[in-house]
Design a protein around this ligand. Structure first.
Ligand code: PLP
Length: 397
């Protein structure tokens, strides 16, 4: 008899975005003329940077035989991209990461989900609450059900510390989705010191690092002393360069980072991740990687920064408006997300904004128990829609 992986029955139904879609569809059916503005899902709205578009057109010509045709590429990514990443994202910032420690992928979601395969079924996991659901669900699918939740609340400025954390692996994400909170260097250093002392691992998701504008805030976990012996960092070009539909990201697994066998022998993780990727992944496309490479040219950097400044401008407009209406708002300064304390039930507030303002947000309760009482508002939209949404919010709140 075919036995199913019963761990799947233990995953909580991912009803959040389905439920939002259902409520929005019902509202639109009842009010067909309503112009609904979506500030819910965190997907980019601006076109790709011109340098990226030009590089991808050129790569299409290569594949058309007008230049060097490329078939299968290296599973870990082309050297031309990995070297640029190492230089611009790390070495130019004084961080000692080399190209061979970088493995390119088709996005951060896959890497966030796949990385747990390297670890024993019995390792203990800790995540923030509220949380990006991928960290939890992929561990539950693999049979790890005992997951420690670290409450992220206004009291700890949405950044939990390592005190009381009993896990072997902790997922940290800063700037955070969904709270928009940022972690200081001292806060991240405390986690690094904890992980090194405990022989634990930090999985650091830096998908939103490009939104950091405060020069005191670290962009990488490797800005902390000792992080190379206890942390893997996962990055994405989705929000950095509008690649949500193009699909590219990368993971840094430093040389010398180890986990242990039952008898205490050290096992280096980089060759394991390499083995995993070469077995199960055939690389991001050549065209995509040429596009990603262009992000690292001086013009590409400038263009991507301008696009992110545009989204940050949206975030500031909405944050100022909500604050002037008496709401306490976290995030938005170094992050595309606003985390708004709605002083009540988050689904009820979601419904109010949908029904009375035709504005879609995301109820915080959908990201975990500690998200109750909040909504997440995303800054990914046109300026006209953001200004219109603000006017509507002013009328109903
Ligand atoms: N990590 C976080 C925290 C995210 O919010 C997202 C996407 O929204 C991802 C990872 C996934 O990024 P990608 O589009 O590269 O798969």
């Amino acid at each position: 008899m075919l036995h199913v992986n019963e761990n799947y029955s233990k995953i909580k139904p991912t009803y959040l975005f389905a439920e939002i879609a259902h409520r929005v569809a019902a509202h639109q059916k009842a009010h067909p003329d309503a112009k609904v503005i979506r500030l819910g899902i965190g997907d980019v709205t601006e076109p790709l940077a011109p340098s990226v578009i030009a590089a991808m057109h050129k790569a299409v010509d290569d594949e058309a035989g007008k230049g060097d045709f490329h078939g299968y590429g290296p599973e870990q990514g082309y050297a031309f991209l990995r070297e640029k990443i190492a230089q611009v994202d790390f070495q130019d910032r004084g961080i000692d990461i080399s190209a061979d420690e970088i493995l390119v992928s088709d996005g951060a979601k896959c890497d966030c989900g796949n990385i747990q395969e390297l670890f024993g079924a019995d390792v203990k996991i800790a995540v923030g609450d509220p949380v990006y659901p991928v960290y939890v669900d992929t561990n539950v699918m693999a049979g790890r059900h005992d997951i420690q939740l670290l409450p992220c609340t206004a009291e700890n400025s949405f950044v939990p510390g390592p005190e009381g954390c009993t896990a072997d692996i902790v997922y940290l994400c800063y700037p955070n989705n969904p709270t928009g909170a940022i972690a200081t260097k001292a806060q991240l250093q405390a986690w690094v010191d904890w992980a090194n002392a405990k022989k634990a691992l930090i999985l650091f998701d830096a998908a939103y690092e490009a939104f950091i504008r405060n020069p005191e805030i670290p962009h990488s976990i490797y800005e902390c002393k000792g992080a190379k012996t206890c942390a893997i960092e996962i990055r994405s070009f989705s929000k950095t360069a509008g690649f949500t539909g193009i699909r590219c990201g990368y993971t840094v697994v430093p040389n010398g980072l180890v986990a242990y066998t039952a008898d205490g022998s050290e096992v280096p993780l980089r060759p394991m991740w390499m083995r995993r990727q070469t077995t199960k992944f055939n690389g991001a496309s050549y065209i995509t990687q040429r596009g990603a490479e262009a992000i690292y040219s001086p013009e590409g950097q400038r263009e991507c920064r301008d696009i992110i400044d545009f989204y940050l401008g949206n975030a500031k407009l909405m944050k100022d408006a909500l604050k002037s209406l008496g709401y306490t708002v976290t995030g938005g300064d170094n992050s595309p997300y606003l985390w708004v304390n709605v002083k009540g039930d988050s689904w009820a507030f979601f419904d109010k904004l949908l029904k009375e303002a035709n504005v879609v947000t995301t109820p915080g309760a959908g990201f975990g128990k500690a998200g109750e009482g909040y909504i997440r508002i995303s800054a990914f939209n046109s300026r006209a829609n953001v200004l219109e949404a603000i006017e509507r919010l002013k009328k109903v709140l």
